[in-house]
Design a protein. Structure first.
Length: 196
């Protein structure tokens, strides 16, 4: 991806969970690397509030389970993706996937990425088959088991090639700092005991 590639993290989940935390962490890391980043979130959701607090360009949008049937919402999303010049969109939640992925494709978004962290099979419905095989450009699983579950109900070699496993990163410096602090405290305590 080039530094002109605008990245959108699309997550309208009303609560704060692992997916929302991951989206925010990714957005902040891309922002540190000087990529233009934006977020689409449900108004006043924890994800929305945390994104605003981090000074990330944030747009509100409300999506429900049947929003993918709403032509007006679909066209609003197409217009947004075009106007914002989004080149990459990350999506995790199923209701978001059903409307945002096709809208992104219609808008000409280059990379439409599904982040999946749930090791549960996906139903082989015509809509899901179209989304996975024809709409998404990349599917990222957080483990080999999640990848296996994504593909479990689909006998599709092309889809299998599209699914990649990327494990969640760990900031080792956080552990190093904690270890150094604990080590220093232990050494100080040992020294004080010896002095007594």
């Amino acid at each position: 991806m080039s530094k002109t590639n605008k990245i959108c993290f699309f997550n309208t989940t009303p609560f704060w969970g692992g997916g929302e935390k991951l989206h925010l962490e990714y957005a902040l890391e891309f922002k540190k690397l000087a990529y233009p980043v934006c977020i689409v979130a449900k108004n006043n959701s924890p994800f929305y509030k945390k994104s605003i607090n981090e000074n990330i360009d944030t747009k509100t949008f409300t999506i429900g389970n049947l929003s993918f049937l709403n032509k007006v919402k679909f066209l609003k999303l197409v217009a947004y993706f075009k106007a914002a010049k989004i080149e990459t969109v990350f999506i995790s939640a199923s209701p978001d996937l059903k409307i945002a992925a096709p809208a992104a494709k219609k808008a000409g978004v280059k990379n439409i990425i599904y982040l999946r962290g749930l090791a549960v099979p996906i139903k082989n419905t015509p809509l899901n088959k179209k989304l996975l095989s024809k709409t998404l450009t990349h599917i990222i699983a957080n483990s080999e088991e999640t990848k296996r579950k994504i593909l479990e109900n689909f006998n599709d070699a092309a889809l299998a090639k599209k699914v990649k496993v990327i494990y969640h990163g760990i900031d080792l410096q956080l552990f190093d700092k904690n270890y150094s602090t604990q080590s220093a405290l232990s050494t100080k305590k040992d020294t004080e005991m010896l002095a007594d």
